[in-house]
Design a protein around this ligand. Structure first.
Ligand code: FAD
Length: 293
């Protein structure tokens, strides 16, 4: 099923993100994770794509396993370091596997470049260049957005102008980079409205259940980390069960606030931990049911 149809038919959706294994021998274990997550009946599961890495066919294989388990899938696809032929090949594979939804991404700029390397042999320099090709091939297409600004952008206004190109290229919905402070999302949404961007925006929530995650997440996303989150990481960093409970409670609190304020899509970065996703979903299931009545 197309995610655009799911978003149109429900008042609030819950979706999960997983990443494929780096090593092939771990494929079955990640597939098991995907199936456990699917049994929680999310609205869809997205599967990341290793830009230039070894997990590219695993993305479509996992997406197919998710579809076969009765849950809609969203396969990520990046254009950095890919030729147009490679992109077309991946598109064919996705179609053969009956995948209907793709998250169009540029991908992070690789650190291991060599002098003179053309990082964009397809001529697709931005996600917005990839979107029309995916639309022509019949996919429902999502895009990424950054409430706190993309790290390469000189300022947030320019970032939103660039995001507008992506939306005008045809994206059906946007998913945010992880946010830990909901106010960042609320002010971003006001700016999107002023810029004339009206597609659905799904809020990216990353449960922090291990204190070491925090510095990694800041490096990755530039996200603002509220004092409350830092406090429990400092207090419980050496007690994994306490950290898990605090991280689940924090993410739950964020989700309740988002839904209370009218946000219609919650996308949980599961870090391939179905038990964490399950606890969060249990914490909010009556709320979701009440809103979707
Ligand atoms: P773009 O939309 O192309 O933007 C990149 C930069 O270029 C921004 O600074 C933007 O302002 C600027 N820009 C955009 N369009 C234009 C234009 N027309 N002219 C000038 N400047 C422009 N990475 C992976 O490798 N695999 C994944 O599976 C993956 N999944 C992700 C899922 C989500 C929800 C998010 C938020 C990120 C994900 N990423 C993934 C990370 C992503 O690849 C990086 O953040 C990357 O640096 C930017 O990708 P993008 O698609 O947002 O790029």
């Amino acid at each position: 099923m197309k995610i655009s149809e799911i978003l149109n038919s429900k008042k609030v959706t819950i979706s999960f993100e997983i990443f494929p294994p780096k090593k092939q021998e771990a494929f079955d274990s990640v597939k098991k994770t995907a199936l456990s997550l699917s049994s929680l009946k999310p609205d869809f599961i997205s599967i990341t794509y290793g830009a230039g890495g070894s997990t590219q066919t695993n993305t479509s294989d996992l997406a197919q396993a998710v579809e076969n388990s009765g849950t809609a899938s969203l396969a990520h696809l990046t254009c950095v370091r890919s030729t147009k032929e490679q992109l077309l090949q991946t598109i064919q594979t996705l179609k053969q596997k009956n995948i209907n939804n793709v998250l169009a991404l540029r991908g992070d700029l690789p650190k291991d470049t060599f002098e003179g390397e053309n990082l964009f042999p397809s001529g697709f320099f931005h996600a917005s260049d990839l979107v029309p090709l995916l639309k022509q091939n019949g996919f429902c297409v999502g895009g990424a957005c950054y409430p706190e600004g993309h790290p390469e952008s000189s300022n947030r206004d320019t970032d939103i102008e660039n995001l507008k190109h992506k939306v005008e290229a045809g994206v059906d919905f946007l998913t945010t980079q992880m946010i830990f402070d909901n106010d960042m999302l609320y002010s971003f949404l006001y700016r999107l409205q002023s810029a004339g961007i009206h597609v659905p925006v799904l809020a990216g929530i990353m449960p922090i259940t291990n204190a070491n995650q925090v510095s990694k997440m800041v490096d990755l996303s530039n996200a603002y980390i509220p004092r409350k989150l830092l406090s429990f990481c400092d207090r419980f960093r050496h007690d994994s069960e306490a950290m898990k409970q605090a991280g689940i409670a924090y993410a739950t609190d964020q989700i309740i606030d988002l839904i209370s304020n009218g946000i219609r899509g919650i996308h949980i970065y599961t870090m391939n931990k179905p038990e964490i996703a399950e606890s969060i979903v249990k914490n909010v299931d009556s709320i979701i049911k009440a809103v979707n009545k």
